[in-house]
Design a protein. Structure first.
Length: 120
């Protein structure tokens, strides 16, 4: 982030998606786990990669990340390809990973923001 403006780098995701597509497999895009700088709180899960399971502190910044990510996918792979992919907002939000409070309403907020940003 330079002077408060995010710099997005999707190169690792590109490598994974490129590999899947080269093998004839379409990605299933799971949008979850909050980047540390966007998280409302530091809520790390016990898995070895210590993913943050918090909602965003600023939905406008989350929306921008998801919008830019989706635009990147469309630019790189094209609408005809990406429109055939499935997108999921969080995986298993009904289990104890999610720390939004209250749990269900904060998940629905995340879902609504994410779905709107992808579809935009």
């Amino acid at each position: 982030m330079r002077q408060g403006n995010p710099i997005y780098n999707f190169s690792y995701v590109d490598q994974i998606y490129d590999g899947l597509l080269a093998e004839g497999v379409r990605p299933f895009v799971e949008l979850s786990f909050m980047p540390k700088k966007l998280a409302a709180r530091d809520a790390l899960h016990a898995f070895w990669y210590k993913q943050n399971v918090s909602p965003p502190k600023d939905y406008a910044k989350w929306d921008d990340l998801i919008t830019k990510f989706t635009e990147h996918l469309l630019s790189r792979y094209g609408i005809d390809e990406v429109s055939q992919w499935y997108f999921e907002v969080w995986n298993e939000p009904n289990i104890d990973f999610w720390v939004g409070d209250p749990k269900q309403p904060t998940y629905w907020d995340l879902y609504d923001h994410t779905a709107r940003a992808v579809k935009a």
